[in-house]
Design a binder for this molecule. Structure first.
Ligand SMILES: Cc1cc2nc3c(=O)[nH]c(=O)nc-3n(C[C@H](O)[C@H](O)[C@H](O)COP(=O)(O)O)c2cc1C
Length: 332
């Protein structure tokens, strides 16, 4: 006989609500501990990723400033000096890579912008030249700073986005056969264009193709019954907490990771590959178990899984009707 039967329903409801609150508090507490352990400002020891993200954070302030309609001559010199100082430390510790070169090129762009406007920052130029001596000039990429783009070139991309968006569905029926890793790489390449806060690009995509791995991973996900095992690949999108700083950015990893996931889903769609987002709304315990199984580090937050497979010639999809525009728009 169930003990529950003897407790009146209203009391049971109150007890359940209290339990949910306690659990919620516990989850928030764990999230907070993880954020403070790994994010930039709180973490006690800094990994290379922290230093990378710091460079991006500061050089982005400069590239953004340079892209404004009328940048102020000599703007942001405090930021420039700080960027120069952290770039020096970075080079000593890790050497030149895409991030440090982009930082250097941004500083050069800043110098040339000012020079063009008759402000010669000779001390800055000397420091940049000194730093540049240590790079292999031939392999130095030119990324960083500002790019000039023309409206005609932006307008050239005239896809019918409405038609494209309306032809995407969550695909839960897959035709046999593998989706090649090259297609996944191409989709990831396209999705890399996703905007992110200060261009920090915190996302990572884990790809699982092996039958055993897919089964082991899917068992931690509650919404794939009846179709997950037919997917050619299971992707897991994560977001790196080391890329975030301060209390205000506590939720930013989910925003950037969510935007990236949408891009990835659209990119797969553009390549003719079917996909279905799979929620990773899991308890901290399940999260830890999944991360251990899937080899994902503690410093990453789980955004979602994506089941990927070939499109059958004909299939049923859930209608998933949308709310009316009037229901979601607030015109003020
Ligand atoms: C973050 C997220 C998690 C989702 N999780 C699941 C899931 O676990 N299982 C599933 O079958 N569909 C899942 N979906 C798919 C949604 O049900 C689907 O996107 C929605 O019904 C709209 O339909 P459409 O994608 O066909 O336009 C998820 C979608 C998102 C964005």
């Amino acid at each position: 006989m169930s003990f529950k039967k003897f407790i009146p329903k209203p009391i049971r409801r109150i007890a359940l609500r209290m339990l949910n609150h306690i659990q919620l508090l516990n989850y928030y507490f764990k999230d907070m501990n993880r954020y403070s352990k790994h994010s930039f400002d709180f973490s006690n020891s800094k990994a290379k990723r922290h230093h990378e993200t710091d460079l991006i954070y500061y050089y982005h302030k400069i590239e953004k400033g340079l892209s404004l309609p009328n940048p102020r001559i000599g703007f942001g010199q405090k930021v420039v000096n700080h960027l120069l100082s952290i770039l020096n430390h970075y080079i000593k510790q890790y050497g030149w890579d895409n991030v440090s070169i982009a930082a250097l090129n941004t500083l050069y762009s800043y110098y040339y912008f000012n020079e063009k406007n008759d402000l010669r920052l000779n001390e800055l130029l000397n420091k940049l030249e000194e730093l540049s001596k240590t790079i292999d000039a031939i392999s130095r990429p030119t990324v960083g700073g500002i790019d000039e783009v023309k409206k005609v070139d932006i307008d050239k991309s005239n896809i019918d986005f409405k038609e494209f968006a309306f032809s995407r569905y969550s695909i839960r029926n897959y035709a046999p056969g593998n989706v090649s890793i090259d297609l996944i790489k191409e989709a990831v390449y396209i999705a890399q264009k996703t905007p992110s806060v200060c261009n920090r690009q915190p996302w990572r995509v884990y790809v699982y193709s092996n039958e055993e791995d897919k089964i082991n991973i899917l068992k931690y996900q509650n919404g794939n019954v009846g179709f997950g095992d037919g997917a050619s690949k299971i992707l897991i999108v994560t977001s790196e907490l080391k890329d975030f700083r301060g209390p205000r950015e506590r939720n930013q990893s989910y925003i950037d990771g969510g935007m990236y996931s949408m891009s990835l889903i659209y990119a797969l769609h553009s390549l003719g590959v079917g996909s279905c987002a799979l929620n990773l709304a899991v308890s901290p315990q399940t999260e830890t178990e999944l991360k251990n199984t899937a080899n994902i580090s503690e410093s990453e937050v789980l955004i979602m899984m994506i089941a990927v497979g070939n499109l059958p010639k004909k299939l049923n999809v859930a209608s998933s009707p949308r709310r009316a525009v009037e229901d979601v728009i607030a015109i003020n």
